[in-house]
Design a binder for this molecule. Structure first.
Ligand code: JAH
Length: 262
């Protein structure tokens, strides 16, 4: 996968040299380049912002440097071929929510181009113009405001690159983790069995794989009901079997209506 990131603070992306993302880059699985937006300015002060039309506080990113940056990294001449143009991603509190499902979708792309805004954001015409030649997605990590899109790009790239073939290896299973089944994961424990008066649940030391799987499923259900009732409500009721319903009932949660599986 090829990834380009444009920012006025390229140093903010330095963590991408580290750890598993750094290893994916070294292995060639990830071909990542970080670009300084100011290299597409032409005035002595390398200006990237200006005052907002209509008034109000703060500054808005000027369209001209962004236009040149996108022309350089997503050349319009490639548009007729179609497939070679990147998917443009713009982190914004006004974007569509980033989810594990979107991470999977992005991991299937061959080229991602991230535009990191600062201040009050990027002149809307940059996105409108880009949308005439490539797919543009404004993406939000959650309902809070950062100084800019850089840290959001770190988060998105971490979620996406670990899904690329060969990055995780077989040590981590993508099928078993939180959000893979729409439920939070059960708690995990390691040695020692007793620590500061807190014991590892007996079932996990029983060696009874059937009981362990059932216990983990019950924990996942009760945790999700307590912490993320929105996730539980979004589940297909038909995916809950009788033992799932019994676990939710014991925990005192209202059972979703619908057909019972098995
Ligand atoms: C803030 C440009 N949802 C997280 C998020 C993503 C981007 C931004 N804020 C929050 C942001 C200012 C300028 C982007």
């Amino acid at each position: 996968m090829r990834v380009d990131v444009v920012s006025i603070f390229p140093e903010y992306l330095a963590p991408l040299d580290l750890s598993l993302i750094g290893r994916a880059r070294a292995a060639g699985t990830l071909r990542l380049a970080v670009h300084d937006l100011r290299s597409w300015t032409h005035d002595v002060h390398r200006t990237v912002d200006d005052t907002p039309y209509g008034g109000g506080p703060g500054m808005v990113m000027r369209p001209e440097p962004w236009g040149e940056a996108l022309d350089a990294l997503a050349p319009a001449e490639l548009a007729p071929a179609g497939v070679t143009l990147p998917r443009l991603l713009v982190p914004s509190p006004a974007g569509e929510p980033f989810t594990q499902a979107m991470a999977h979708e992005l991991a299937a792309e061959s080229h991602l181009l991230f535009a990191c805004g600062r201040y009050e954001g990027i002149d809307q015409r940059v996105l409108d113009h880009a949308a005439t030649r490539m797919r543009v997605t404004e993406v939000s990590l959650g309902d809070y405001v950062l100084f800019g899109g850089e840290v959001a790009v770190l988060v998105i790239l971490e979620a996406v690159t670990r899904l690329l073939p060969g990055v995780l290896g077989n040590a981590g299973s993508l099928d078993d983790e939180s959000h893979a089944h729409g439920l939070l994961e059960a708690p995990m424990y390691t040695k020692p069995a007793s620590w500061r008066g807190h014991e590892v649940p007996e079932v996990l030391r029983s060696g009874d794989h059937g009981r362990i799987a059932r216990w983990r499923r019950d924990e996942a259900l009760t945790r999700t009901a307590a912490r993320r009732p929105d996730l539980l409500a979004a589940l297909d009721p038909a995916s809950l079997d009788k033992r799932d319903r019994a676990a939710l009932d014991r925990a005192g949660f209202p059972l979703p209506a619908g057909d019972v599986a098995k």
